[in-house]
Design a protein. Structure first.
Length: 200
C-alpha cells in the first residue's frame, strides 16, 4: 500500500494517523505541493483532481479524498462502528468537516503558514475566520455533552476533525476559549499509536 502525502498537509495526516493507529505498514511518497508536484502530468494520471492524499492499493487501485481513505481503511476496525446509525453519524461529522470546517480552518492555515498573504487572500481572510470560528463553536457545543464525534469511542470522524483543528492556531485561530475541544485533543493524543502531525 502506498500513500501519496505531503508533510504539511492535515488531509494527508488523517491517513498517516489512522495507518499508525491501525499498525498498517505502507510506503509513503512525499509530494511537494508547494512546488506543483501534485499538478504534473504524472501525478494527474494518479489523481486527475491534482491533490493529495491518494492511497494506491497493492493491486493498483487508487483512492483519493482523505475522508474516503479513512472510511476504506477503517472498515472492520473499531474506528468505523458496525451500527448503521453510528456509522452514519461518523459520516455526518466527516461531511461537516469537508464543507463547514476544512475550507476555512485548513485554508487559513495554508495561507498564513505556507503561502504569501496576497491582497486577495487578505481580503478573503475575515470570511475564513468567521466561518472557521462557527465550525469550532459547533464542535465545542457537541464536545460539552459528548467525549467523541459519531460514537462513544474514537472513530474516523474524530481523526478527520482533529487533523486541522489541533493546528488551527497556525491559521490564526485562538483555541484558548475552547476547553472541551482542548480536552478532546488530549483524549486523542493519549490513544495508542498516536503520532503527531510533524511525524512522517
Ligand atoms: N477534499 C480533499 C482535499 C485535498 C487537498 O486539498 N489537498 C491539498 C493538500 S491539503 C493539495 O493536494 N493541494 C495541492 C494542490 O491543490 O495542487 C481531501 O480531503 O483529500
Amino acid at each position: 500500500m502506498r500513500l501519496y502525502d505531503s508533510s504539511i498537509s492535515g488531509n494527508g495526516y488523517k491517513a498517516r494517523l489512522l495507518l499508525s493507529m491501525l499498525n498498517r505498514p505502507f510506503e509513503r511518497i512525499e509530494v511537494d505541493i508547494l512546488q506543483g508536484e501534485s499538478r504534473t502530468p504524472e501525478f494527474l494520471a494518479v489523481n486527475p483532481n491534482g491533490r493529495i492524499p491518494v492511497l494506491e492499493l497493492d493491486d493498483g487501485r487508487i483512492l483519493a479524498e482523505s475522508n474516503a481513505i479513512l472510511y476504506f481503511l477503517a472498515e472492520k476496525t473499531p474506528f468505523l462502528p458496525d451500527d448503521s446509525f453510528a456509522r452514519a453519524m461518523a459520516l455526518q461529522w466527516m461531511f461537516f468537516e469537508q464543507y463547514s470546517h476544512e475550507p476555512y480552518i485548513a485554508v487559513a492555515r495554508f495561507w498564513r503558514a505556507h503561502l504569501d498573504m496576497t491582497p486577495a487572500r487578505e481580503a478573503a481572510l475575515d470570511e475564513k475566520m468567521t466561518q472557521g470560528y462557527a465550525a469550532l463553536d459547533i464542535m465545542e457545543t457537541h464536545l460539552e455533552a459528548h467525549d467523541w464525534f459519531g460514537n462513544d469511542a474514537i472513530t474516523i470522524a474524530d481523526i478527520a476533525l482533529y487533523a486541522y483543528t489541533h493546528v488551527a492556531d497556525e491559521g490564526g485561530y485562538d483555541l484558548s476559549p475552547y476547553g472541551a475541544i482542548r480536552t478532546w485533543f488530549e483524549r486523542i493524543e493519549a490513544s495508542p499509536d498516536y503520532i503527531p502531525i510533524s511525524q512522517v
